[in-house]
Ligand binder design. Structure first.
Ligand code: CIR
Length: 255
């Protein structure tokens, strides 16, 4: 399992209340979102990461979901062309913030689209969800960039989830946490799978960071299922980000 030393996050902006939402849970509470975000940053620091905190960007309501703007691999950062038109442009500031840490900067170009939430790294292989946000051309471009570094990409057609990692997370050591459509996916048949109990699907987006797994607060059965594998967990409340279909992984870039 990769050990992370750094993370980059972006503070939620006031305009967060106008973010893209399909969950039907109503708009997020900005004040609560700010508090939850601060606790999330502390959780990352508690896992040993140095966290770079970017200023809020009012031009982009969804800019707190920074994971979608880049894919990181060894010394290369791939800057995404987001699939959601209202989010295009978020990636510019992130590229600048990544520059000091990465010797190579690459970009996904039109007509390709790619969002980082669709990309799951397992050892030296990247699984790339083909979603409403990530198209085949975006996945192909990413594959070509990563191939030059000896990495493999595997496309994963999606049917119900927003992003690949909405429904599946790599917990390390050959272990996946999965829900819904991924429980029967042949592509993942070589992995041991921790199944997310029905009703707790949101917790499928949990986040292994070094020695711990961050799990969204309020999903005790998933937390127990992860702990039964011997992993240590930490519950982090991200209820306000859930209202915008965002999960734990979406809120940071880790490297
Ligand atoms: C969006 O629809 O783009 C945001 N409201 C949520 C993005 C969540 N990001 C992620 O799953 N990686």
């Amino acid at each position: 399992m990769i050990r992370f030393t750094n993370a980059i996050v972006r503070l939620p902006c006031r305009n967060l209340v106008n973010g893209l939402a399909g969950a039907g849970l109503g708009p997020p509470d900005y004040g609560k979102a700010v508090e939850q975000h601060a606790a999330y940053v502390e959780a990352l620091r508690g896992c040993g990461l140095a966290v770079t905190v970017l200023e809020p960007d009012e031009a982009y309501p969804d800019s707190v979901f920074i994971e979608d703007t880049a894919v990181l691999s060894d010394d290369t950062a791939v800057i995404c062309r987001l699939g959601a038109p209202s989010r295009r442009g978020e990636e510019k500031g992130v590229g600048l913030a990544l520059k000091p840490f990465f010797s190579g900067l690459e970009a996904i170009l039109a007509p390709g689209t790619l969002e980082g939430g669709d990309v799951m790294l397992v050892a030296r292989r990247f699984y790339v969800g083909l979603s409403a946000r990530t198209n085949r051309d975006g996945a192909r471009q990413l594959g070509e960039i990563l191939k030059r570094q000896g990495m493999e990409t595997v496309p994963v057609p999606l049917s119900t989830v927003l992003h690949l990692k909405t429904g599946i997370s790599f917990l390390g050591d050959g272990l996946l946490l999965a829900s819904g459509e991924f429980l029967q996916q042949g592509i993942f048949s070589d992995f041991a799978i921790v199944a997310v109990p029905a009703g707790e699907e949101y917790a499928a987006n949990s986040l292994r960071v070094n020695d711990r797994v961050l799990v969204p607060a309020g999903f005790p059965e998933t937390r127990r299922a992860i702990e039964r594998t011997g992993l240590e967990t930490l519950a982090v409340d991200v209820s306000e980000f859930r209202k915008l279909d965002g999960g734990l992984s979406c809120l940071s870039l880790r490297f």
